[in-house]
Write a protein that binds this ligand. Structure first.
Ligand SMILES: Nc1nc2c(c(=O)[nH]1)N[C@H]1C(S)=C(S)[C@@H](COP(=O)(O)O)O[C@H]1N2
Ligand SMILES: [Mo]
Length: 420
């Protein structure tokens, strides 16, 4: 890589300009970026790209949908939804024990047949004293990009389990939702009971969720009620919840085990690009924006690196020796600018991880997402490869510490850039 010294020097100069201010040319565009970086802190070349960034929270209707079933349960006609318990008026939850030797003993199971199943009003009643809400990005283990970010609200699953008065032999919670009364269509997940009873490492609780961004959970998002597991990939967050089975099983039996998935893998930290010009004029700075998912190990830095195509260092599969530069992680949205159809665009009061006036207690916030921006120095004509990566709070560079695809996406993204 000839001239890389020079490149680094220019990059440092640009970064300084980026942080120290470059006039107000882009102030109007940045306003659309919702106050996530001060207008006088940003190079004008980046203003438009930051102004066009996606909102922090996702409107419930704009989430990407990952649903199985023929037909998809959320597309059933209203009469059918009413009949099978997919409305708030008719929803019922059974909480029962597994069968077999040393089966879980429950004093008060909740069953349809004896009228003890939990209904929506019963759940809301528990919510009056126990409801919690927290921010979370929903990500499919099998799809790279996040499906959406929101404030999920509901009742901790343990409150419902304690109502059944378990006595002994309880090691695992198995749960599933409406699946067209066809066992072949069942989509099932499970958790160790300890994760449900107690929240390790300051995680929010596992909840039975009925609101997203302050609105009733829509049928497409899994309403009336879905499970949400804060630290997990999407397949643990079962939609159209209808059954919780308390079991003495010692091992998982999630549907996602099929397909060779690592089903105990928590969210990973990694970065991706949202905007980069496809074709760039020679010696013109290159504005880039993107996002980073913030997994359980947090996020310390997002870094970028552009190099001539094919000029990657040899024997360095994760590019640890490449001259990465720090990108700017954008600030949290201003109060009122969180979007996602939240009432007044604000974080509701008493949201876990936020102060009383709606500011995140930590930034970047774990189990969520941030946006970043960088201005790369101009380059001579040629074909280049752009990459971005994260460094987590433990100093681990993406894709480490867990690089394997079947535990969730973490590979370093590559984007081709032509300079003419
Ligand atoms: N009942 C049920 N729950 C489900 C699924 C499903 O097919 N059926 N898909 C799961 C998967 S694999 C993911 S990634 C998330 C996606 O949530 P979303 O559609 O609300 O974005 O829902 C999960 N919950
Ligand atoms: Mo998924």
């Amino acid at each position: 890589m000839s001239g890389s010294e020079d490149f680094l020097g220019r990059h440092r100069q640009l970064s300084r300009r980026f942080f120290l201010g470059a006039g107000t040319a882009g102030a109007a565009a940045i306003a659309a970026g919702a106050g996530r970086v001060r207008a006088d802190e940003i190079a004008p070349e980046l203003a438009a790209a930051i102004g066009q960034l996606e909102t922090f929270m996702t409107s419930p209707s704009k989430f990407r949908d990952v649903s199985r079933g023929k037909p998809l349960p959320h597309t059933l006609p209203p009469e059918k939804k009413t009949e099978v318990g997919l409305t708030r008026e008719t929803w019922k939850l059974e909480v029962i024990s597994d069968t077999g030797t040393n089966a879980t003993r429950l004093k008060s199971p909740m069953k349809n047949e004896d009228g003890t199943a939990l209904d929506f009003n019963g759940l809301l009643k528990l919510g009056e004293t126990h409801s919690v809400r927290f921010a979370k990005v929903m990500t499919c283990l099998n799809i790279g990009c996040p499906l959406g970010t929101g404030i999920w609200e509901g009742v901790p699953m343990r409150e419902i389990i304690w109502k059944t008065q378990p006595i002994e032999n309880l090691r695992r919670v198995i749960y599933y939702g409406y699946h067209n009364d066809d066992d072949a269509q069942m989509f099932r997940s499970s958790l160790p009971i300890g994760r449900v009873f107690e929240d390790p490492y300051d995680l929010p609780p596992v909840i039975l969720c009925y609101k997203l961004n302050g609105q009733w959970l829509s049928p497409e998002r899994g309403g009336p009620v879905r499970v949400v597991v804060p630290e997990a990939y999407g397949f643990k967050s079962i939609k159209w919840l209808s059954h919780i089975v308390l079991s003495n099983m010692a091992a998982a039996n999630d549907t996602y085990i099929d397909g060779n998935n690592d089903i105990e893998s928590p969210l990973k930290t990694w970065a991706a690009t949202l905007s980069i010009p496809k074709a760039v004029r020679a010696n013109q700075p290159i504005p880039v924006t993107g996002y980073a998912q913030v997994g359980i190990s947090g996020l310390a830095k997002v870094q970028t690196w552009i190099c001539p195509k094919g000029a990657e260092p040899a024997d360095d599969p994760y590019f640890l020796t490449a001259p990465w530069s720090d990108a700017r992680i954008l600030d949290p949205p201003a109060p009122g600018a969180w979007a996602g159809d939240l009432p007044d665009g604000r974080i509701p009061a008493n949201t876990l991880g936020f102060t009383a006036d709606g500011h995140p207690e930590r930034w970047p916030m774990r189990l969520s997402k941030v946006h970043w921006a960088a201005l790369l120095p101009g380059l001579p004509p040629g074909e280049y490869t752009f990459r971005c990566r994260t460094i987590d709070e433990k100093g681990q560079a993406q894709p480490m510490p867990r690089p394997f695809r079947k535990s969730g996406h973490a590979a370093i993204e590559e984007v081709s850039v032509g300079v003419e």
